[in-house]
Every structure is written in C-alpha cells, then in structure tokens.
Design a protein around this ligand. Structure first.
Ligand code: AMP
Length: 196
C-alpha cells in the first residue's frame, strides 16, 4: 500500500501513520523524524535543519528531497509506504509525482486529517506541557498552523483534483480515526491510479 498523510500539526498523523504501517505492512516514513535525525547528526546541514524546525518553518524543498528520496525509493521496492508529513509543498508534490512515475508506482490515497484549529492548538499545548518537542511552544505552534494553512493546505485541492483525496475527521479519539481511515481505504479499489 502507498499512502500519504496530509494533516496540520496536532491532527495525529504520527500516531495514525504508525498504526497504518502496522496494519498494512508498508513502511512508516515520517518526514519530521527523518529531518530531526539528520539535524542531530550535526554538521552544517544539521544546523540548518535545526534552525528551520525550531522556528516552525518548512525546511527547504531540496534538503527535504535529498533526505526523503532514498528512503521512499527503498520502501517502494518493498512493502510500500505511509508518507507522514511529505510532501508538504507543491514543488515537493511535483517531485514526488515524478519520482513515483520513474519508479512505476502509484499512490493509493492521500489521507487528509482535519480538525478545528482550537482543537489542534489545545492538543499541541498539552503535548508541550508533557515535555513535548522543542517546537511545541505557543508562538511556534501558531506559526506551524499558519504554515499549514498557507502552504501545505494547498495540497488538499491538488490531491482532490487527482481523485485520491480521502478526508477524515481527526477530532475524534485516535481509535475512531483509525477505524474511519481503514473503512474508507477498504472501500477503495486498490491499487490506486495516480502517481504521487
Ligand atoms: P512534523 O514532525 O511532521 O510535525 O515536522 C516537524 C518540522 O519538520 C516541521 O515544522 C518542519 O520544520 C519540518 N518538516 C517536516 N516535514 C517537512 C517537509 N515535508 N517539508 C519541509 N519541512 C518539513
């Protein structure tokens, strides 16, 4: 199975990505985690990534593609992938589509997890109060939500036009969200027909 999860921060894409990977046997590829690992590795590239992530800004497309492409290529040759947080911009989506075409694979669905902004903010602030991530701070959270609204959100119409968008209400307990995604996917005639 080849899916991507398109969701604002706090919608639960990490949790759902892991569950979908367990369920489908595809590899969970979390862009934020891979970039954080690259940041921890240090060097000039690591420092650059750290700075973008700390501000809640998107890491430049070319860096993201350099980090993600080899992982996606490997997963495509195995049991497929659940892309969590990639692509996040139109140029990334275009590059991902070209990569999929080159690999001869198609994307089954783009799952859009949506929830009201107040719910997302509350969840992220809760995560912050439990020791969360360094980008879980009120001002950075606000900025990350704004980046989603202005940039990543443009991928919702992009995948709708390609006929593979599956919108799921993420303002529910995690088990209900998982069940909704699985039932929506079961209703699709897989494999899908669109390159990323
Ligand atoms: P996440 O773990 O998905 O919430 O991502 C955390 C941070 O990593 C984001 O705020 C961005 O700084 C960076 N990031 C993750 N995925 C991408 C991407 N596809 N493009 C650019 N930046 C990304």
């Amino acid at each position: 199975m080849r899916l991507l999860l398109l969701a604002p921060p706090g919608a639960g894409k990490g949790t759902q990505g892991e569950r979908l990977a367990d369920w489908s046997g595809a590899r969970h590829i979390a862009a934020g985690d891979l970039l954080r690992a690259q940041a921890r590795a240090g060097g000039a590239l690591g420092q650059q990534i750290t700075a973008y992530q700390a501000r809640g800004d998107l890491v430049p497309d070319q860096i993201v593609l350099d980090v993600l492409t080899p992982v996606v290529v490997e997963a495509a040759a195995e049991g497929g992938y659940i892309l969590d947080g990639f692509p996040r911009t139109l140029p990334q989506a275009t590059a991902a589509a070209e990569l999929a075409a080159r690999l001869g694979v198609t994307l089954d669905a783009a799952i859009y997890l949506y929830a009201p902004e107040a719910v997302l903010t509350r969840r992220l602030l809760d995560r912050a109060s439990q020791g969360g991530r360094s980008d879980d701070k009120a001002d950075v959270i606000r900025h990350r939500l704004q980046v989603f609204a202005e940039t990543t959100g443009l991928l919702v119409p992009y995948y709708t036009e390609r006929g593979i968008l599956v919108a799921v209400d993420a303002d529910q307990p995690p088990d209900s969200v998982t069940a909704d995604i699985q039932s929506r996917l079961s209703g699709l005639s897989l494999p899908g027909g669109a390159h990323l």
